[in-house]
Design a protein around this ligand. Structure first.
Ligand code: VGL
Ligand code: ZN
Length: 201
């Protein structure tokens, strides 16, 4: 069975310097090794008539998402800075749409929904509609980080009724707590996401 073809959307999550580069402010262990695997997924997707989307974490300088403003994270992926740029080794398909998350200070873990970090309220980003309009039935997710944005994006995709696969080898986790990656994989499976560990062609 082939993973890609017409009706499939590959969502490449947050392959950005702050997560990928060892000097990035929220560097994910193994992040650099993931980029060539992500590139292989992009090649396979585009070569088979699937469409590719890229998400970017894209924060203002101050947001309750950041520890300095009362949240969890070191400052990362601030709009229009080096840390928010795609990793230079990522293959970026110029025709593909880019979805920026967190632009108004929301947490924005999922490519599909934005969550107000103060009220907890969630709103759609518009990605679902774009996929429906393009006739997409199946979603494949890869990128960073397994335990946050990949997890949230894949679970939302499954909840919205897309047949959803995560390519776990083309993902890497933050692991704020030991075991977060395994728990994220389990949560995705529980939500009906297939977890693919090898690249099938
Ligand atoms: C992410 C933590 C904070 C992610 C984004 O892209 O997974 N993780 N912001
Ligand atoms: Zn973030």
């Amino acid at each position: 069975m082939q993973r890609y073809g017409p009706g499939v959307a590959l969502i490449v999550v947050d392959v950005q310097n702050d997560f990928v580069d060892p000097n990035g402010s929220l560097s994910v262990r193994g992040g650099k090794d993931v980029v060539p695997r992500v590139n292989r997924e992009i090649d396979a997707a585009i070569g088979s008539g699937a469409i590719a989307f890229y998400t970017q974490d894209w924060h203002p300088e101050s947001t309750p998402h950041f520890a300095k403003d009362g949240g969890t994270w070191p400052v990362h992926c601030v709009a229009d800075t080096w840390g928010a740029e795609f990793a230079p080794s990522l293959r970026v398909d110029l025709d593909a749409a880019i979805i920026r998350k967190g632009t108004n200070g929301e947490d924005g873990y999922s490519g599909f929904t934005m969550r107000d970090p103060v009220t907890g309220e969630t709103r759609p980003t518009g990605l679902e509609q774009v996929l429906r309009d393009a006739g997409v039935t199946d979603v494949v997710v890869c990128g960073l980080a397994t335990d946050y944005c990949v997890n949230a994006t894949a679970i939302d995709a499954a909840r919205l009724g897309f047949a959803t696969t995560v390519v776990s080898e083309a993902c890497a986790a933050v692991n704020l707590q030991p075991g977060d990656e395994d728990r994220a994989i389990e949560a995705m499976r529980d939500a009906g996401v297939s977890v693919a560990t090898t690249t099938r062609r």
